[in-house]
Design a protein around this ligand. Structure first.
Ligand SMILES: [Zn+2]
Length: 184
């Protein structure tokens, strides 16, 4: 997939035009008056290192068949989501409106402020700690981050951080292979 021609966020619905919409029940309203001010980059693949399947969509819709792979057993009762997933070819899937909080960060703190889900946007890259990401993913991610920063007032000056930065010791994603210089 080539770069997306133009990404636009509908302020009303909180949805991105170029994303396929697969709504997740794992979300909740942001607290009154709270807008996103932080962008959190994650990596996920299920099982780790295997790409292109439906397992991430299944996890975010609480329909993952956890008996199908030993790794999935630990995910049994997890209720998680993200706003976006960028697949290996740059395709974007959106699970949660930007107006709501996705359940991506867990126990987390950034710059002295906790509960990052309430005031952040979560973007998953399909990937894992020990493999490089695809060029298409960087192109799409950069477009997406720029669009988020353009479209939403508080996000204009938002820090872009890794899950590892807000949950150190607990999370390693997006991992050592993520090249932050490609977002600059
Ligand atoms: Zn993560």
């Amino acid at each position: 997939m080539a770069a997306h021609s133009k990404l636009v966020i509908n302020r009303e619905t909180g949805r991105l035009n170029a994303a396929s919409w697969q709504p997740s029940p794992n979300c909740s309203a942001r607290p009154a008056g709270v807008e996103p001010e932080l962008i959190v980059i994650h990596a996920i693949s299920l099982p780790p290192g295997q790409f292109g399947g439906e397992e991430i969509n299944a996890l975010f819709s609480n329909s993952l068949e956890t008996h199908q792979h030993p790794y999935f057993e630990q995910l049994q009762d997890l209720r998680v989501s993200a706003h976006f997933l960028v697949r290996r070819d740059g395709e974007i899937i959106q699970y949660v409106s930007l107006n709501d909080q996705a359940w991506h960060a867990g126990l987390s703190t950034y710059a002295g402020r906790g509960v990052c889900n309430e005031w952040s946007v979560g973007i998953e890259l399909e990937g894992c700690d020990d493999q490089p990401f695809e060029q298409e993913q960087y192109v799409t991610l950069k477009q997406l981050v720029n669009t988020l920063k353009d479209g939403q007032t508080r996000l204009k000056t938002a820090a872009v951080v890794g899950h590892c930065d807000i949950a150190p010791g607990r999370k390693t994603d997006p991992g050592p292979n993520f090249d932050w210089s490609k977002l600059a």
